[in-house]
Ligand binder design. Structure first.
Ligand code: PEP
Length: 258
């Protein structure tokens, strides 16, 4: 059984004081929860302050991105060891906004995954198709390409640390969630790809979370699916009450120590 994981991606929102306030409210609501892994991803400038507030708690911190080289002449970048130093345990990589707005390629994302793992961070690797690709019946081709290239040269031991986030781009920030059947179909397909690249045992140990307009009112129907191990939450993670309600999805549906 895989332990559920719910991660909040705060994107480019909240200054340091606001981030600390949101983290404190989440901690007040969820500080005692240990049947779900909880992750929050503030902006870079707020990571240290938020990490301080969450030290010793069950709330872990993620970077929203990192560079693939540890240090050097890369103006404006932040590296994986720097995120770890600031208090991160996780890093979100390959988010569709990075791919679409900042031109990140599968190959670049692969290098970032490798670098993150070397720094002791858990990559949350995002994959997902556009609406056009879904309409053209290309979902499985796109997912196969994204997973295969992002995991190039990543060992079995390394991949077992990772989290995969299936985030159909047409569902991100649009209010259009994939149905639980649509999401489950792709999650099961991703597990099959992982099984082919590594082994069935490895594939079964990796958490695959869903992202795309997850809200308190749709988390339960997603979590009931065997292959959906949690969620990557954007908009709804910016309100402590909504994020907490998502983390507190009906417990009887999945209870699992990892
Ligand atoms: C995201 O940005 O990863 C995301 C899933 O956003 P939202 O929940 O707002 O759709």
């Amino acid at each position: 059984m895989r332990k559920p994981l719910i991660a909040g991606n705060w994107k480019l929102n909240n200054n340091i004081a606001e981030s600390v306030g949101l983290a404190t409210a989440i901690l007040d609501n969820l500080g005692c929860k240990n049947d779900v892994d909880i992750v929050i991803a503030p902006v870079f400038t707020a990571i240290s302050a938020v990490a301080k507030v969450c030290t010793g708690s069950n709330i872990k911190i993620a970077g929203q991105n990192c560079h693939c080289i540890d240090a050097g002449a890369f103006t404006g970048e932040v590296s994986a060891p720097m995120l770890a130093d600031a208090g991160c345990n996780y890093v979100i990589l390959g988010h569709s906004e990075r791919r679409q707005l900042f031109g990140e390629t599968d190959c670049f994302i692969n290098a970032k995954c490798y670098s993150a793992l070397q720094a002791g961070l858990i990559p949350i690797l995002c994959v997902g198709e556009t609406e056009d690709e879904r309409d053209k019946g290309e979902v499985f081709d796109v997912i196969t390409r994204q997973i295969t290239l992002a995991l190039n040269e990543i060992s079995q031991q390394q991949v077992e640390q990772m989290v995969i986030a299936y985030e159909p781009i047409w569902a991100i920030g649009t209010g259009k969630t994939a149905t639980s059947n649509e999401a489950a179909e792709v999650h099961s397909f991703i597990r099959g790809v992982l099984s082919g690249l590594y082994s069935e045992q490895t594939a079964n140990s990796i958490r695959i979370v869903y992202g795309g307009s997850v809200k308190p009112n749709n988390i339960a129907e997603l979590m009931v699916e065997d292959d959906i191990d949690g969620a990557l939450v954007g908009g709804a993670s910016l309100k402590a009450a909504d994020f907490s309600a998502i983390v507190n999805f009906p417990k009887s549906l999945k209870v699992a120590p990892r």
